[in-house]
Design a protein around this ligand. Structure first.
Ligand code: 5GP
Length: 195
């Protein structure tokens, strides 16, 4: 929370397969006062994912309806699907003095920076594109076409890392999640002073 008693907004971006979710979950094990923003998406559920926990899985019509009613703080079309962050979720958390972390793509990250310039943008990068490809293949959730699209988008995302406040190289999940935790704690220690 900052001096005004509001929480802070952290954005975590990076190519799918870079390990954003794993780092966030590990960092959350020893952090209080921070919540994860559960995005809406039109993509289908992957094995092991839970509706309302990992994402809110919605139809294209439902997504368009929410969009038309101005419910999204940001949204983007990524790898052929719509994704969006609900404004109300973010406002509720920040208003209660809770920090919130958004795991979103680069298009969404820069929409957030426009709307809320005080937000903190963190990029999680795989050690290399070769390693990213290996991880995506190991996950085994994508067809060859989707894999190629995800790798192409990864290159475009990595090109924009210079615009982020922090870059975490996810070469080792323990080390990288500790780095994420340190960044969050460092902002709390600043007691509201926005750098
Ligand atoms: P995946 O389908 O692998 O879960 O996510 C694909 C990409 O969409 C990832 O880069 C992920 O961070 C991004 N993403 C997930 N939720 C949102 C969201 O609410 N907004 C935006 N802009 N991107 C999102």
């Amino acid at each position: 929370m900052n001096l005004q008693g509001r929480g802070r907004l952290f954005v975590l971006s990076g190519p799918s397969g870079a390990g954003k979710g794993t780092l966030r979950k590990k960092a959350f094990e020893d952090l209080d006062g921070i919540v994860f923003s559960i995005s809406c998406t039109t993509r289908s559920v992957r094995e092991g994912e839970q509706d309302g926990v990992d994402y809110r899985f919605v139809s294209k019509d439902a997504f368009r309806e929410l969009l038309g009613r101005g419910k999204f703080l940001e949204h983007a079309f990524v790898h052929g699907h719509y994704y969006g962050t609900l404004r109300e979720d973010v406002e509720n958390a920040l208003g209660q003095g809770l920090d919130i972390i958004l795991e979103i793509d680069v298009q969404g990250a820069f929409q957030i920076r426009e709307e809320m310039p005080e937000s903190i943008l963190i990029f999680v990068s795989p050690p290399s594109l070769g390693e990213l490809e290996r991880r995506l293949r190991e996950r085994g959730t994508e067809s060859e076409n989707m894999l190629a699209l995800r790798l192409k988008n990864a290159r475009l995302e990595i090109d924009r890392t210079g615009e982020y406040d922090y870059v975490i190289i996810n070469d080792d999940a323990e080390r990288a999640s500790a780095e994420l935790k340190r960044i969050i704690l460092a902002y709390r220690e600043k007691k509201g002073v926005i750098p």
